[in-house]
Design a protein around this ligand. Structure first.
Ligand code: SAM
Length: 221
């Protein structure tokens, strides 16, 4: 349960020296201008983060994952890559947490530029929809943590969930869909279906995918 993992009191309590030791050698000399900008929610085995790490070497990124063993696997995967590729993969980390509860403990207002929700658990039954990681209520939290212009990327192989995520985003006042030409120009969009372990499984089985990519907009004045 939640009592088994520590939760930072606030975003300023997140220990960057623990996550990015080469970039933040000591916890009391934190360069507060440099903050985590990408978060992969329910990162699973970490495939997306590993790809993003070298694509955006200057950007700090983190995965949030509920399962303890999976989180430990990702930690070891990252340390292995750091050892094998000196100077690389220093910008990527993972934390075991429940993203549905603790996003505000990790990220302050407008801190994030990208949030990823790749192949989240579908929670089919109506009464379980409140467990979905995209919901009208959680989108309020994500809109708070995202900077204006920041992007939410979602993908699933479950058509019903794809429609749900899209309609939640479509109906939220703080998000607008990216245009087709913007999706084509964004190097990250290709990774949605190819970079994660779940995406690769779906592709191997020839499954269809449904994506929704939305931008955080400024409030109407
Ligand atoms: N995104 C990965 C991929 O595409 O391979 C993993 C997809 S897997 C189907 C969904 C993941 O979300 C699981 O690893 C699960 O443990 C994690 N998860 C579910 N609820 C979560 C929560 N509330 N907070 C953090 N992670 C969660």
């Amino acid at each position: 349960s939640d009592s088994h993992f520590p939760v930072p009191l606030s975003p300023s309590h997140v220990d960057y020296s623990l996550h990015y030791p080469q970039l933040f050698p000591s916890s009391d000399q934190i360069d507060s201008s440099r903050k985590i900008q990408f978060v992969d929610i329910g990162c699973g085995f970490g495939g997306l983060l590993i790809s993003l790490s070298t694509l955006f070497p200057e950007t700090l990124m983190i995965g949030m994952e509920l399962r303890d063993k999976v989180t430990e696997y990702v930690k070891e995967r990252i340390s292995g890559l750091r050892v094998a590729n000196p100077g690389q993969y220093q910008n990527v980390s993972v934390v075991r947490t429940n993203s549905m509860k603790y996003i505000p403990n990790y990220f302050e207002k407008g801190q994030l530029s990208k949030m990823f929700f790749l192949f989240p658990d579908p929670h089919f039954k109506e009464k379980n929809h409140r467990r979905r990681v995209i919901s009208p209520h959680l989108l309020d939290e994500y809109a708070y943590a995202l900077q204006v212009g920041g992007i939410i990327y979602t993908i699933t192989d479950v058509e019903e969930l794809g429609e749900w995520m899209k309609s939640c985003l479509e109906n939220h006042p703080m998000f607008e869909a990216l245009l087709e030409k913007e999706l084509e120009a964004d190097p990250v969009v290709n990774l949605l279906s190819t970079a994660t372990e779940e995406g690769q499984k779906v592709a191997r089985n020839g499954g269809q995918t449904f994506q929704a990519v939305y931008r955080r907009i400024a409030p109407a004045s």
